[in-house]
Ligand binder design. Sequence first.
Ligand SMILES: [Zn+2]
Length: 210
Amino acid sequence: MKNVHTIKDEVSKILQEKIGITPVKTSLHAYPSKTWAQKASQHLLRGTSLKGVNLIPNQVRGTYHEGDFSAFIPEDLEDSVQIMYHEYFGHGLQTEYTPLGSYIHTLGAKWDKELEEANISTNDMLLNLMLNSQTYAKIRAIDEKTVTNCEGLALWTGWYISSLRGEDKDFEDLVSYVPEPHVEACVDLIRYSKKYGTKKMLEDHGYKLE
Ligand SMILES: [Zn+2]
């Protein structure tokens, strides 16, 4: 079986050809699922930047840190490739190529810096900083407003890549545990892109394709 990094490089080439963009700032961090929870814990503080307090990292199947353009995934699960499509390409493209993504990146980077300067060592310290940080408040507010849309687009990206690679069944398996509103948002986007074309769908949703 090919590893996720090899597949990532293949997909990058395909996207570059098809839509003219692929993540360039985003890095992919893949870990064995055995140590995934522990690794996710190490990134716990940075992981809070958008996803709330991920205090149960073994329930998190992948995460994207907007502040420094990093995708984290478990590398040896049956659906690791699908998780990679979602985190690395889905959230990666959005963060790198849309104004909203760019705004969230700026906030995330600022929040990362605040966390670093506060030298957090306990959850209490973390919660306290969250309650008092203007940056964190802004992140929560924008997340609440945009999460369905952002997740819909990241899911759509996974669907698009899967359809290009004949992996529709794998995508459907992934979708089975995704929250319903996100799936609905994705279905709307699929309909839109089928009707108006992929590039038009992306451009209409803020992606800069050149
Ligand atoms: Zn997501």
